[in-house]
Ligand binder design. Structure first.
Ligand code: GN1
Ligand code: MG
Length: 352
């Protein structure tokens, strides 16, 4: 199938001179545009980075270049990490006339991504893969990576942004979202359950389960993708974001809220996979914080989705009106579910 838009064709020609590109839009990311392309018998993943979300493209691409060079040194298996394709002029990205950055990765053949986890085995594999990523980047040489989105996981700042958007929103939106607004307001404490003084380490910061590639046809994890937010962060947040995206098997915009549960067997597998790789780097305080990270990150993301609904859907891509509101409700349900499972989580994380 060749449904590659002209702008993607133009961009790809900067990376590959064969002139044979065919491809189509792929992926379910909410921010960037992603295309799967074949040219001269080889596969590529071309991406247009969303300039409204990632304004510091140059430092961001420098981060990614450093991350991949480090992983190449410490993890020689080429299937364990992404590999960037340079432009025909030898640069790691191309900027189009509108100022948007395009970059290109080699396709990781025979892999798949999933939006929902169907088994503890897959949960364990995904968590091990993210834990390994954190461990391997733990000794990335100085200087620290640049912040690509300042305050990305600052839940209190996300809450303040929500208050502003609420004040600016019209009555119609406020009443449609009344239940979610009430939850956000009645649970502001969830924005600061993680201790304020957790140390910073290199984190992925967007560990949703579809940011891991698995072997096609089985559940072995191959490598971590979506490196745009890899920057200094609090390590337990990566576990929290993974848990919030994997705990339930319902879609992120599910409208049947009774389907939103935190499956204990999945939580156990996530904790065990993550700790197997990452535990040695964690202080006791970080390990304890694993218990509350899923709650805080689910609440934070719920607040972000709700804010975007009130703002008129300017940040997360939507396919239907109200989708960001539905996404917010799901995250708030998850935050409640993680509260309920707190003692189980403590046991799985080895801190009870
Ligand atoms: C976005 O790009 P994508 O879809 O992997 C978002 C994450 C959210 C996620 C929710 C840069 O990730 O923070 O957790 O949507 N990424 C950015 O699905 O905001
Ligand atoms: Mg993604």
């Amino acid at each position: 199938m060749n449904t590659l838009p002209a702008k993607a064709k133009t961009a790809f020609a900067r990376f590959d001179a064969s002139g044979e590109a065919s491809g189509t839009a792929i992926g379910s990311g909410h921010i960037n545009d992603t295309y799967g392309i074949r040219a001269a018998g080889r596969g590529f993943v071309l991406q247009r980075v969303n300039p409204a979300v990632f304004p510091y493209a140059q430092t961001q691409m420098e981060n990614i270049r450093r991350i991949l060079a480090h992983l190449e040194r410490v993890s020689p298996d080429p299937r364990s990490r992404l590999s960037l394709v340079e432009t025909t002029e030898g640069t790691p990205y191309w900027k189009d006339e509108e100022g948007a950055v395009w970059r290109c990765y080699r396709e990781m053949e025979d892999t798949q991504s999933v939006d929902a986890i169907e088994s503890p085995e897959r949960a364990y594999e995904a968590a091990r893969c993210f834990g390994r990523f954190q461990r391997l980047l733990g000794d990335l040489p100085e200087p620290p990576l640049s912040e690509t989105i300042p305050g990305f996981h600052d839940a209190a700042a996300r809450l303040r942004a929500f208050q502003t958007s609420f004040r600016n929103a019209g009555e119609a939106k406020r009443s449609l979202a009344a239940d979610a607004i009430a939850f956000a307001r009645e649970n502001t404490g969830l924005a600061e359950i993680l201790p304020a003084d957790l140390p910073l380490g290199v984190c992925h910061n967007d560990t949703k389960v579809n940011n891991v590639l698995f072997e096609s046809g089985d559940c072995r994890a191959v490598c971590v993708v979506d490196l745009d937010t890899v920057m200094p962060g609090r390590r337990p947040v990566d576990f929290g974001d993974l848990a919030r995206s994997a705990a339930s098997d319902a879609p992120e915009d599910c409208r049947e809220l009774e389907r939103i549960v935190a499956r204990p067997a999945i939580l156990e597998a996530l904790a065990s996979g993550y700790l197997e790789e990452a535990a040695s780097a964690l202080s006791w305080a970080e390990r304890e914080a694993l218990v509350d990270a899923p709650t805080e990150i689910a609440y934070e993301l719920g607040v972000r989705f709700l804010t975007d609904f009130l703002d008129g859907d300017v940040y997360f891509k939507i396919r239907r009106p109200g989708q960001n509101l539905d996404r917010a409700r799901v995250q708030f349900r998850l935050a409640e579910a993680f509260r309920r499972e707190r003692s189980l989580l403590a046991r799985f994380c080895g801190v009870s």
